[in-house]
Design a protein around this ligand. Structure first.
Ligand SMILES: [Zn+2]
Length: 80
C-alpha cells in the first residue's frame, strides 16, 4: 500500500497515512487536532523506510521459477 501525505486545514499539520489508492481522496483524521478537514498532498508514490519491506516481499514472490518465469528465453525455458 502506498503512503500518502495529507495536510490538515485546521492546524496546518502534515501527516502521512498508509491507505489504498481508492481511498486516497477520502478525508483522513488529523492526528494532531482530530479534524477531518484534511487534504491529500501528493499523488505519486511516497517512498519511506517502511516501503523496503514491501519490495522484498514482492521480490520473494516473483522469483519462483527463473528470472522472469520463462518468458524471456534466457532462463532455460526456451522452446528451442
Ligand atoms: Zn489538525
Amino acid at each position: 500500500m502506498p503512503i500518502y501525505e495529507y495536510r490538515c486545514e485546521s492546524c496546518a499539520e502534515k501527516f502521512e497515512v498508509l491507505t489504498r489508492f481508492a481511498e486516497r481522496d477520502r478525508a483522513q483524521v488529523c492526528p494532531t487536532c482530530e479534524s477531518t478537514k484534511t487534504r491529500v498532498l501528493v499523488s505519486s508514490f511516497a517512498v519511506t523506510g517502511s516501503s523496503e519491506s514491501f519490495a522484498s516481499d514482492f521480490a520473494g514472490e516473483s522469483t519462483g521459477g527463473g528470472c522472469c518465469g520463462g518468458a524471456c528465453g534466457s532462463c532455460g525455458s526456451s522452446p528451442n
